[in-house]
Design a protein around this ligand. Structure first.
Ligand code: MF3
Ligand code: CO
Length: 256
């Protein structure tokens, strides 16, 4: 990952632009939510996201993103034990799968980064609970994104919520500042200690992304060098929004 750890404060005008980038990402994810069903390939979902982003004059942020080799697609699709960074292709979705879809759009120079996890057909009770807990963990974190709070308050809220439900948060992958670059400061892990870390200030824009695992916090990377899976093969989920810190309520940028 290519990180610039500087924190960049955005002006109201820049936040308005980020809202537009975020809206395009949200549109792509909404279309994928509609299209995703058993038999559809992850490559088809990728093509759909690419079409929507391009229709709106955006650029797929993830494509060619630096890593072990340039990221080869518009979205990441991570199924079941795959936590993040799954590469779309010929694999067909099956009933019972949980499919995390992560998408980034660059529009007018700013990035909107968001992810959802979809239940494909009927999924197990445990999978349903995992999706609910992971999405709610995102909102627990967002609620802490107030000026004067610290990144540790956000991290601790996510960790405590997830662990209170008996699940695990990853240690290796984190939320991040987002702006003209996909990865800026501050880094916002999904675990931490309230009262620690950087102070949040109005104009900070942060992509919060709880990555939750059913059986372990441990992960490993597959031979394709991108796909991250749970070390024990247990189910995982991922939800993400790009969010601005304001003088008042946190502003979610990646909404329709
Ligand atoms: N939302 C992910 C992140 O913030 C997506 C990155 S995938 C990549 O790290 F391929 F672009 F790296
Ligand atoms: Co992100």
């Amino acid at each position: 990952m290519s990180w610039d750890r500087h924190v960049v404060i955005k002006s109201p005008r820049e936040i308005a632009l980020m809202r537009e980038a975020g809206r395009v990402t949200a549109k792509a994810l909404a279309a994928i939510r509609e299209a995703a069903r058993p038999g559809v390939t992850t490559g088809e979902l990728d093509a759909l996201a690419n079409e929507i982003i391009c229709q709106h004059g955006g650029i797929p942020t993830f494509k060619n993103y630096p890593g072990p080799y340039p990221y080869p697609a518009t979205i990441c699709v991570s199924i079941n034990e795959e936590l993040v960074h799954g590469i779309p292709g010929k694999r067909k979705l099956r009933a019972g799968d949980v499919a995390a879809v992560d998408c980034g759009t660059t529009l007018e120079g700013f990035v909107g980064d968001a992810a959802i996890t979809l239940a494909i057909g009927e999924v197990s009770a445990e999978a349903q609970r995992l999706l609910q807990v992971t999405e709610q963990a995102l909102y627990e974190g967002i609620a802490q994104m107030r000026a004067g709070n610290r990144t540790g308050d956000v991290s601790a809220a996510i960790q405590q919520y997830v662990e209170s439900k008996g699940f695990y948060v990853t240690r290796e992958y984190t939320g991040h500042g987002v702006g003209r670059r996909m990865h800026e400061g501050p880094q916002v892990p999904n675990y931490g200690i309230a009262g620690r870390g950087q102070v949040l200030r109005p104009g900070m824009t942060i992509a919060l992304e709880p990555m939750v695992l059913v059986g372990t916090a441990q992960t490993k990377v597959m031979p394709d060098q991108w796909t991250v899976v749970s070390a024990d093969g247990s189910l995982t989920a991922h939800f993400e929004h790009s969010v601005a810190v304001t003088d008042g309520e946190p502003m979610i940028l990646t909404l329709l």
